[in-house]
Design a protein around this ligand. Structure first.
Ligand code: T3D
Length: 258
């Protein structure tokens, strides 16, 4: 059974982490398969938005701790440089919106992979745990970069040091995630968001992501310059022409992602 399930439907790529008996914890094979499908999402023009979720009760429990013992265990250096670091870089640089649909617990690298996505939604029974401190590790997978920027240094430090579980409701309240939906509504509502994104001006969204990524390091002057450059590009897309025409003609726009 592949440890990643991948399906393209109506311009959306659905990626499902598929090791439910291990709470979708990452072994090497799953990490490499995820990277391969993320690459496909980036290059396939038929894909206009990405939906990342987990099979079963969990979203992802991070590194498969069972894989770390034994003769052929991958080393720490290999795990970060060949597994998690490329995954985070691919999610952040993929030229389409990536939604994390957190269907259950997200722990360790699983939590930080979710938080690296462009929009994070969660089912009401889901939770987030920076589990690293409990086994003597430091938070990785971009967590120390992203989490303080989402919720502030103080809360991020406490959650990362204490390794406390944060419910989906609390995560929404403190700005860690975009929205929480009741369990019964979660699948429909989260898929509505990704389908909406897939029908929007894809290049405009890609430039938006590029600008937001750069805002993490740029000063105001640099950011204004970048907005200028990217707005120029957006204004030369077919979707911009369609968006303006549709507005003036009082009709629904038909964006094609070009
Ligand atoms: O070199 C490096 O390692 C660097 C890279 C680090 C990246 C990381 O992600 S480090 C952090 C690794 N993850 C964890 O420490 C989380 C460990 N898991 C948990 O704390 C808990 O399982 C959860 C909070 C995620 C869920 O708790 P609960 O009570 O709902 O479920 P459970 O009973 O603990 O787990 C359910 C099953 O999933 C269970 O299997 P079993 O007993 O039914 O056969 C459990 O062993 C398995 N499972 C959960 N997490 C992992 C796992 N199996 C392997 N690895 C896991 N991480």
């Amino acid at each position: 059974m592949p440890s990643i399930h991948f399906e393209i439907k109506d311009a959306v790529a659905y990626i499902t982490l598929n090791r439910p008996e291990k709470f979708n914890a990452f072994n090497r094979s799953m990490a490499l398969e995820l990277q391969a499908v993320l690459d496909e999402c980036n290059t396939d023009k038929n894909i206009r938005a990405v939906y990342l979720s987990g099979n079963g009760r969990a979203f992802c429990a991070g590194q498969d701790l069972g894989e770390l013992i034994g003769e052929n265990a991958p080393g720490f250096e290999q795990i970060l440089s060949e597994h998690y670091n490329p995954i985070i870089t691919k999610i952040r640089t993929i030229n389409k919106p990536v939604i994390a649909a957190v269907n259950g617990v997200a722990a360790g690298a699983g939590a930080n992979i979710a938080l690296a996505c462009d929009i994070v939604v969660a089912t009401s029974s889901a939770s987030f745990i920076q589990a690293f401190s409990k086994i003597g590790l430091i938070p990785d997978s971009g967590g120390t970069f992203v989490l303080p920027r989402l919720i502030g240094l103080q809360k991020a430090t406490a959650l990362m040091m204490l390794g406390e579980k944060v419910t989906a409701t609390e995560a929404e309240k403190i700005g860690m995630i975009y929205k929480v939906f009741d369990d019964a509504e979660f699948e429909i509502e989260s898929k509505k968001i990704v389908c909406t994104l897939a029908a929007m001006p894809t290049l405009g969204l890609a430039y938006t992501k590029q600008a937001l990524n750069a805002s993490m390091q740029n000063n105001l002057e640099q950011q204004l310059q970048l907005e200028d450059t990217l707005q120029y590009k957006a204004a030369h897309t077919k979707d911009y022409a369609e968006g303006v025409a549709a507005f003036l003609e009082k009709r629904t726009a038909n964006f094609i992602g070009e």
